[in-house]
Design a protein around this ligand. Structure first.
Ligand code: SF4
Ligand code: SF4
Length: 412
């Protein structure tokens, strides 16, 4: 109950993220996922004052003012959603709130100032995942072989025109460069990795990387006589239509190994088929990857595009919001090396260089400075004008392939 004869401190709690764009404001409680959006200019001004650096998250208000609309209703919702509190000034000094600020240990500016001497000392830990296409030979002719790998991790024969198998010596050189780094996931794929001329030597060359090694191959490549190493995790690529005999063969082989299944779907019928398959064959470890084919935009609009509810019903920690403000959470820390040695920070970006002549350290450094992919954030229209700019996931490959910067129904 607000007393019109009293003065109050109104303060916002440090776990509340605030975004103000022109005449609208969003408050988002990163602990319980509740949100508050207003277009009322009086409330937008009030929230602006709360956010003003010099106010340290607290402003003094007169009860006379707060007892009226729209403040009265705002205070009820604001306090009810545990975004902040109201206390009488007579009982306490101004409560100072330490508002969180972006403070990443290694800022790019610092890196720029440090210059070349940082190579090797500072940048290697940034590389956390490495995708290596060890060959591009494959006799299958999946309809969307040129599309899958551009949207999510998958095998392909497409990127390099000639038939290429990565030389054993080059693979060895790459591995020697990451042996003492922070790479926690090493994906090896083709083509058909079983046809890689040095496939049998992989356990040897990869000893020491243990459970970090993930081998990707299409289910139709798993034959009765395929050699599957128990030390690696196998990722099984499943495209449609599914050929039952080959599929059951693959399952038979994978049952006794660590395997994860990846279904690449282009429409709702295929999603339904996946549902039936995973139930019928009792598959627990699987992922469904929607694939844009240039002809199924309606499928994407209906099932993939986000709306306001999708965004706000997920609990998003502050750390995640900070990441969205600073880096691309899909691409950051990942390099892809094609069988011809070309290296990408994202497969849809320009090549950073070639591993035949550039070291991974040089290429990490180059990416930190030139940003072909790792720091692509939602900083262009319409996202830059949207209240959900940094609540939304980072721009993904889908945006790049579909050719628009927002896959949502919020802004058109
Ligand atoms: S199995 Fe993979 S590499 Fe082979 S055609 Fe299909 S998508 Fe392309
Ligand atoms: S416009 Fe951009 S930031 Fe806003 S909801 Fe859509 S994708 Fe997210």
């Amino acid at each position: 109950m607000i007393d019109i004869n009293k003065n109050y401190w109104l303060y916002v709690l440090p776990h509340v993220y605030c975004c103000i764009k022109e005449a609208k404001a969003l408050l988002y409680n990163t602990l319980n996922g509740s949100s508050y959006v207003t277009h009322d200019s009086l409330l937008v001004d009030l929230i602006k004052s709360l956010q003003k650096k010099s106010n340290l998250g607290t402003i003094s208000c007169q009860g006379r003012e707060l007892a009226n609309s729209p403040y009265k209703e705002f205070i009820i919702e604001f306090c009810g959603k545990e975004m902040g509190e109201l206390i009488e000034t007579q009982f306490t000094e101004k409560p100072v709130q330490m508002m969180p600020v972006l403070n990443l240990q290694q800022d790019i500016k610092k890196l720029l100032q440090a210059g070349d001497r940082t190579i090797g000392e500072e940048v290697l830990p940034y590389l956390q995942e490495l995708n290596i296409y060890i060959n591009n030979s494959c006799k299958l002719e999946c309809h969307y072989c040129d599309k899958y790998f551009r949207q999510c991790l998958c095998c392909t024969t497409q990127e390099t025109v000639e038939q290429v198998a990565m030389p054993y010596s080059l693979l060895k050189t790459i591995l020697s460069q990451i042996r003492y780094g922070a790479v926690g996931k090493l994906n090896l794929m083709g083509g058909n990795v079983f046809e890689y001329p040095y496939y049998m030597a992989l356990p040897d060359i990869l000893s020491g990387f243990g459970e970090y090694v993930h081998l990707w191959n299409h289910y139709r490549h798993f034959m009765i006589d395929s050699i599957v190493f128990p030390t690696f995790v196998y990722h099984v690529v499943v495209t449609f239509p599914i050929i039952k005999v080959a599929w059951e063969n693959c399952l038979h082989i994978c049952r006794t190994h660590q395997a994860k299944f990846h279904f690449y779907v282009t429409g709702i019928e295929e999603c339904e088929e996946v549902e039936k398959i995973v139930e019928l064959y009792n598959i627990d470890d699987f992922v469904i990857h929607p694939i844009y084919t240039c002809k199924n935009l309606l499928f994407f609009k209906k099932y993939i595009y986000l709306n306001e509810n999708d965004i706000l019903q997920t609990k998003i920690p502050f750390r995640q919001i900070f990441i969205h403000q600073k880096m691309n959470s899909y691409s950051f820390g990942i390099f892809t090396i094609m069988p011809d040695g070309n290296v990408y920070a994202n497969i849809n970006a320009v090549s950073l260089g070639n591993i035949h002549r550039d070291s991974l350290l040089q290429l990490i450094y180059k990416e930190m400075l030139t940003n072909t992919a790792w720091f692509k954030i939602r900083d262009s229209e319409p996202c830059s004008d949207c209240l959900f700019q940094y609540l939304c996931p980072s721009p993904s490959n889908y945006e790049a392939i579909i050719g628009i910067s927002n896959l949502c129904h919020v802004a058109r």
